[in-house]
Design a protein. Sequence first.
Length: 419
Amino acid sequence: MAGRFGSSLQQANPVAERLVHHDMLVSNKGDILSGGIKGKRLVRPPRQSADRSRRVASIDSPRCPQALRFDAVGNCTYEEISRMEVLKMIQSAATGMPEMTQDTTPTFSRSRSRTRFVRDTPVEIPAIHMRDLRKLDNVFSASNEPSITVRQQAILVNCDPIRAVIMRNVMMVFLPDGADSLIQYLKTGMKEHLAEASTFEFAAVEAILATICRIFSLECEKIIPRCRVSLDKMAKDDSMLSELENLRAVKNEMSALESQVAGMRRMLMSLLENEEDMHMLYLTKLFNEPQYVHDLFGFDSEEAESFLEVYLQEIYGTQSRVSLMTNNIQNTESIVMLKLDSKRNFLLSIDLSLTLMGTLIAVPTFIVGGFGMNLNSYIQQTEGVFWSVFAFCVLFIVIGYVYFVNYLKKQGINMSWKY
């Protein structure tokens, strides 16, 4: 058997040889992958089918059917573009960047908008990699935490539901299914901010942040009125049980919105605190004046700080509205629980009163039962005994009830039937 398969395996390119215990290895489909010669196995790598190659290629380069391309003047067009094509586009835009060289002369500068010094040593701007672009995909995203990543001649914005790649003269926006309403907001934002911003990348970032802030504002305007109606009904105790389910759904929506807004605020605060990223946002300036690549802190980032702080304040206002409504929900829930506790205590007091009254009535009932027996005691022949026993039974119940009510009141237990 070794000689039979040995001749055919000698024609393969290349052949790996290693010791094994068997003379032949076959695949699940019956294809011969290796044969044995003198106790050794000659292994030939399995051939990949065309379908497998196409599958691998499709995984490495997925299509994006809803990609929007904004040019330098704000015009929007639809494109089908793969992740690999986006990578090549960014790499092509970064070809004009100079090579980093070692500079051993550190200098110091001070930002006009900040009160701390930063060290102006050469800072290497990271190059774009495929793993950076994969983070813009929902499938490969580890979390929905918003982020703005700066690479050579590219700004990667990952703020759900908007995921975009911004370069110095073009922006590619990848929108999920069902997010067509955001397109008009982005178009309007790009037209407005291109007329005001000094560079394209700042206008693109502002348009995205303005769109996200508008989304949050619309969500607040949609959820908060529903929440107020439910809270008012619960506070008035009108159809409270039917409103509990509505309030639960609204509370879940408020929690999701609060999480998104808090994530955006953390992202903006982190970006403002990162000096390197703030300076690397200037894609056009770094491309037109490449000497700043070696002296990244040689210019001031006041313009980027200004518009980011504006949107940070807007995000903070939205977060305050959401937090206030969340606190109102919690306060209303506390009030409702207090009302329910009060009703429960009222029912318990009535139950205790009736139980006490039943216990006091049981004693005269025992006495009356004794007189009702068929045994002749001759007491019934005594004049006035009936009224005496009847008065005793009534007074025993009344005096006993008043006594126990006053005693329980001294102990802090209210037996009143008033609610």
